[in-house]
Design a protein around this ligand. Structure first.
Ligand code: NAD
Length: 478
C-alpha cells in the first residue's frame, strides 16, 4: 500500500477546469529506480471521456474560426508556460519514468520546442491554395483524440496538441496512466497559458476504457496515436465504424547497417547510442546491428567493450546513460526476450538476464548478442529495452535484404566512411527515416513509419495536413 505522504493526483482536466473524475479506480505510480510507490492517480472512466469529448465539441465551432495570429500566440503562451515548469518536469521525468539526467534534459525541452515549432510552421502554412480553377481550403477536422505512450509523455502530449491547435482542431488527450505526474505538471502549465474552455481536455485513464471510448465516439473526427503496433491495430479497427482519420505512430525494429568501410571508432559508439537511447525504450532504437562478416571479429570486440562501458544505474548520476525500465511488466518483458535470445541460439557477448550490480529497481543489464539470425525472435520483435543484436551479413546486397526483412519500417541508420555509398544504401531501405552517420532529428521533416510501423506522418507540414481536410470551391465568385 502506498505511504500516506505519496503524491495524490485526483483530478482530470475538462472544459477548462480541474475536476474530480467520475471514475473511481486508483492506480499506483512507482519510482522505477527503486520500485517504491510514490504516488496514486484516480483514473477517469468512459463517462469522463464522453464529458471531455462534449466539451471539445462545444469549443470547436469558435476555435476552428480563429486565425493564425491567435493560434500562434496561444502556442507561444503554452510554450512559455511549459518552460516555466522545467524544474518540476525534470524531477518528474527522472522520478516517475527513470530517465537518466542526460536524457531528461532533452525530454523537458522537447515539449517546449514542439509547441514553438508548431507556431513557426503555422505562420508559413498555406491554408488556401489555387488548384486549376478551384480554390482549395484546408479545413480543421473537428475534435481530435490524442492518445500517447509513457516513453516521452510530455513531448507527445505537447507535440500532438500543438499540431491539433495549429490546425484549428479541439482535443481530448488520453496520456498513459503511468505518467500521471508529468501529465499533471503539463496540464497545469497549459491551463495557466489561458485558452477557451474545452479547447483541450486531458483525461488520464486506462487505454481499454478511456482510450477505447475516444476511439469509438462518433463526435471524434481524428485519432492521433503513438504506442504499440498491437494497440494501433485495435484503434484502427475501432475507428473504422465512424471512418475517423487516423494517424498511427507505432513500433519499430530499426536496422543499423554498418558498411565494411566504416570507421569503427566512430561507428560503434553511434550504433550503441542508437540502440540504447531512452534506455532502449525508443520506437526508433537501432536494435539490429547489421555487421559485415569480413570485419565481424573486430566489430564484436569493439561493440562488446562499448556495451560493457554503458552505465546502467542511478538516473541522477550524470554518467548514467541507461535508466530503469518504466515498470515491472516492462522489466519482465525484456528479461523474457533475453532468455528467448539464449534459447534460440544467439551468442551473448555482454549483459544478460538479471539486474546490474548494486541496483534494486527495474534495471536491465545492457545486453549484446551476436550470431543473431534475422529470423530469430529477438531480431523480429520489438524488445523496448537495452538489448542489441549483431546480425552478420555477406555483401551489401544481403545487408539491404536483411534490413528490409521486417514487418516494421520506422527508422534505419547507415554507417560508412563513404557518404555517397551510404546514400545509395539509404535509398534502398524501406523506412520513414534513414539517418546517415548521424542521430539527427529535424522537426520540419515528416516522422512516421512504413509498413506496420504506422500510418501517416507527424511533424512539419505533413503532420499538419493530417489534422485537416481539403475542401474545394468551384464556380462563380471563386
Ligand atoms: P501501448 O500501445 O500499450 O499504449 C499506448 C497508449 O494507448 C496508452 O495511453 C494506452 O493507455 C492506450 N491504449 C491501450 N489500449 C487502448 C485501446 N484499446 N484503445 C485506445 N487506447 C489504448 O504502448 P506503450 O506500452 O504505452 O508504449 C510503448 C510502445 O509505443 C512501443 O511499442 C513503441 O514502439 C511505441 N512508440 C512508438 C513511437 C512512434 O512514434 N512510432 C514513439 C514512442 C513509442
Amino acid at each position: 500500500m502506498p505511504h500516506k505522504d505519496v503524491l495524490e493526483i485526483d483530478t482530470i482536466y475538462i472544459d477548462g477546469r480541474f475536476v474530480t473524475p467520475h471514475g473511481t479506480e486508483l492506480f499506483d505510480l512507482h519510482n522505477p529506480a527503486t520500485g517504491a510507490v510514490t504516488g496514486r492517480v484516480r483514473l477517469a472512466d468512459e463517462e469522463d471521456a464522453r464529458a471531455a469529448i462534449a466539451a471539445a465539441k462545444r469549443a470547436f465551432p469558435a476555435f476552428s474560426r480563429t486565425g493564425k495570429a491567435e493560434r500562434i500566440a496561444l502556442l507561444h503562451r503554452m510554450a512559455d508556460a511549459v518552460a516555466e515548469r522545467r524544474g518540476d518536469l525534470l524531477d518528474a521525468v527522472i522520478e516517475e519514468y527513470g530517465a537518466p539526467v542526460s536524457r531528461a534534459a532533452f525530454m523537458v525541452d522537447h515539449p517546449v520546442n514542439v509547441l514553438r515549432e508548431a507556431a513557426e510552421l503555422l505562420g508559413d502554412y498555406p491554408f488556401v491554395r489555387r488548384m486549376g480553377t478551384a480554390e482549395v481550403s484546408m479545413e480543421p477536422l473537428g475534435v481530435a483524440g490524442l492518445i500517447t505512450p509513457w516513453n516521452s509523455n510530455a513531448g507527445f502530449i505537447c507535440g500532438k496538441l500543438a499540431t491539433a491547435i495549429a490546425a484549428g482542431c479541439t482535443a481530448v488527450v488520453k496520456p498513459s496512466e503511468m505518467s500521471a505526474r508529468q501529465t499533471r505538471i503539463v496540464t497545469e502549465a497549459l491551463h495557466a497559458a489561458g485558452s477557451a474552455p474545452g479547447l483541450f481536455n486531458i483525461v488520464t485513464g486506462r487505454g481499454d476504457r478511456v482510450g477505447a471510448a475516444i476511439t469509438g465516439h462518433a463526435d471524434v473526427a481524428k485519432i492521433s496515436f503513438t504506442g504499440s503496433t498491437a494497440t494501433g491495430k485495435a484503434i484502427l479497427r475501432a475507428a473504422a465504424d465512424t471512418l475517423k482519420r487516423v494517424t498511427l505512430e507505432l513500433g519499430g525494429k530499426s536496422p543499423t547497417v554498418l558498411l565494411d568501410d566504416a570507421d569503427l571508432s566512430r561507428a560503434i559508439p553511434l550504433a550503441v547510442s542508437a540502440a540504447f537511447m531512452n534506455s532502449g525504450q525508443a520506437c526508433i532504437a537501432g536494435t539490429r546491428l547489421l555487421a559485415p562478416r569480413s570485419r565481424l571479429a573486430e566489430i564484436e570486440a569493439l561493440a562488446k567493450a562499448a556495451v560493457e562501458a554503458v552505465r546502467a544505474g542511478d538516473p541522477r548520476d550524470p554518467a548514467t546513460t541507461v535508466g530503469p525500465m518504466v515498470s515491472r511488466t516492462q522489466w519482465e518483458r525484456v528479461q523474457r526476450y533475453i532468455r528467448i535470445g539464449m534459447e534460440e541460439g544467439a551468442v551473448l557477448l555482454a549483459g544478460g538476464e538479471g539486474r546490474p550490480e548494486g541496483t534494486e529497481g527495474w534495471f536491465v543489464r545492457p545486453t549484446l548478442f551476436t550470431a543473431v539470425r534475422n529470423d530469430m525472435t529477438i531480431a523480429r520483435e520489438e524488445i523496448f529495452g537495452p538489448v542489441l543484436s549483431i546480425i552478420p551479413y555477406g555483401d551489401e546486397e544481403e545487408a539491404v535484404a536483411i534490413a528490409n526483412d521486417t514487418v516494421y519500417g520506422l527508422q534505419a541508420y547507415v554507417l560508412s566512411a563513404d557518404a555517397a555509398r551510404a546514400r545509395r544504401v539509404a535509398d534502398r531501405i524501406v523506412a520513414g527515416r534513414v539517418l546517415i552517420n548521424s542521430l539527427a532529428h529535424d522537426p520540419k521533416a515528416p516522422f512516421g513509419g512504413f509498413k506496420q510501423s504506422g500510418i501517416g506522418r507527424e511533424y512539419g507540414s505533413f503532420g499538419l495536413d493530417a489534422f485537416l481536410e481539403p475542401k474545394t470551391l468551384l464556380g462563380e465568385g471563386v
